[in-house]
Design a protein around this ligand. Sequence first.
Ligand SMILES: [Zn+2]
Length: 225
Amino acid sequence: MDFDLKIKNNNLTIYCSNRLENFSNEFINYYNENIEKIKEELSIYQETKIIVALTDDEEKAGFVYEKSSFSGFFNDTGAFAYINLNGKKTKEYMFKGLMHELTHHFYKYYVYGKEKERITWVDEGLAQFFSGQKDELKDDKTYKTFLEENLEYITDIDLNKLNHNDRSFGNNNGYNLSYMAVRYLYETHNHKEFIIIIKNKEKLLELGSTILGQIKEIMDSNKTI
Ligand SMILES: [Zn+2]
């Protein structure tokens, strides 16, 4: 794909059209403000070079989820996204969407291992948790309500069964459930243990089939006290 501009800032390079120049420069600031924290949470201490390619041309993008104003995916060098500045989504929403994709990149290539089979709930849970996409749930009271609402309608307790290939992940509230699962893991372990777990495929698969049950049990026992 042809891009008008190449903007380089330290270890981040952005390819984009002239129309996305301002957006890209603002994203660079956002990235610089947030990236160290994400890397620290994932225990990544080495230098990381990232390439982000952005297009506002729906046809060239070749993929746009429904009529959204932001669609993105990650790859082995960083992320690629379709950005519609005239759409309904705010810039902050799109910045967080890009950080979500980059969290996938960091997790796969620097933490989990690129050869290993992806576990969707872990990957999506981490991406939402560390990108700041669900920061409105940081408050304990808001989060408790969120937990109650989402635990009430679980059809299957096994998170490992949800994946993107057959759309079962999106269709069964996979995003919210995986966020809850990863946040629970994070909050019930110290950081060192957390990192060991998110690298361990067997342990994660074991957790995938039990973790929602554990969260449900804790919620239920709190209710009866
Ligand atoms: Zn994702």
